[in-house]
Design a protein around this ligand. Sequence first.
Ligand code: SF4
Ligand code: SF4
Length: 374
Amino acid sequence: MLEQHAEVLERCTICHDQCAFSCPVFTEDRRTTVYPSRKAQVARAVLHGELPLNQETARLFYQCTSCRLCRRWCVYLKERQDLAPALRAARAEAVARGVVLPEVAALAARTQAEGTPWGNVDGRRNELAEEAPRTGREEVLIFADAATLAQGWEAVRAFFALARAAQVAVRLSKSLLTGFELADIGLADAARALRTETAAELVDWFRSPGAGPVVTLNPQVAYALTTWYGEEGTPLPGPVTTAGAFLAGLMKKGRLRFNLAPGPVVFQDSAYQVRYLEDADSPRALLGAAFDDVCEANPSQAEANPAAPEGLAAALAPAVPKGMAVRRLAELRDTGARLIITADPYSYHALKAAAGDVVEVADLSQALAMRLPS
Ligand code: SF4
Ligand code: SF4
């Protein structure tokens, strides 16, 4: 498990902390032990038996939001090191060896009892399934992931309005989790079972007559269903796309258009959208058609600071998510934008909570639905 990442751990151990400034966990926590390179050093020592794998060392492996900023700023320019998967493997190793942090055990218990780590979202999923547009020139399957249903379900309703305008019928998945959410916190066995179950539903979907793509409002889900499923030997036989990429495609075909509204607005890049899926363009193409002034925060696009951990691991460091949202909100507000637009449920939820009534925050689908011609 961790053995597969031995080379990354070696390289990250000897680089003299070159990317430390970029790590959002260090920015909030300020202890040098959470430098990316120090986390790598401890994981390497555990791998070689030089340090015990116990609650203390395991806890350090959870001090990561998987944001991939360390990779973006890695000094090995020709071979950027990817520490996030190595730390994920270290968390899985800890759980496999019986070192389960109480917070992880609590999330596992909640998933067992309520179906998802975010609690029971069946009611919301069923309510939205009733509202979905049923007729259209094509049909897509929206992956009704629990994080979106719990933290940004309003965006699903807005997506329905856009789908209606473009004559797209929508069905909601029964699956609420990809499995990656649990793999990310080290629960590899539960993740495997979920992946098998979810893949079965999606394979059935792709085999059904006239099935369109699977669309998700959570870029982490798109990454999980494409890259991670492939890596784990469960490739899906059809396309999975983010809502942004799907809507940008409809706009390009002339099936979606918007009334231009005055800006300035600013877009918060999701780590999974921009650094894993490497798609900074789709949301910007859409926003450029709906607002006359789309400004950029500094840093933006591939270097954008995250507004929230996109996943559950960093929930184990409670001060980190709150600090990240407040800090990023200040950077976004510095642009003078009247509206902050997100494209993942984690950033949406965190920025909305941090912003209160001071500035409006909307998901990409919400911002676009407001600009549909009446
Ligand atoms: S990602 Fe690159 S710069 Fe960061 S710790 Fe690893 S080797 Fe060093
Ligand atoms: S992936 Fe992000 S949070 Fe994790 S070590 Fe790298 S910079 Fe820090």
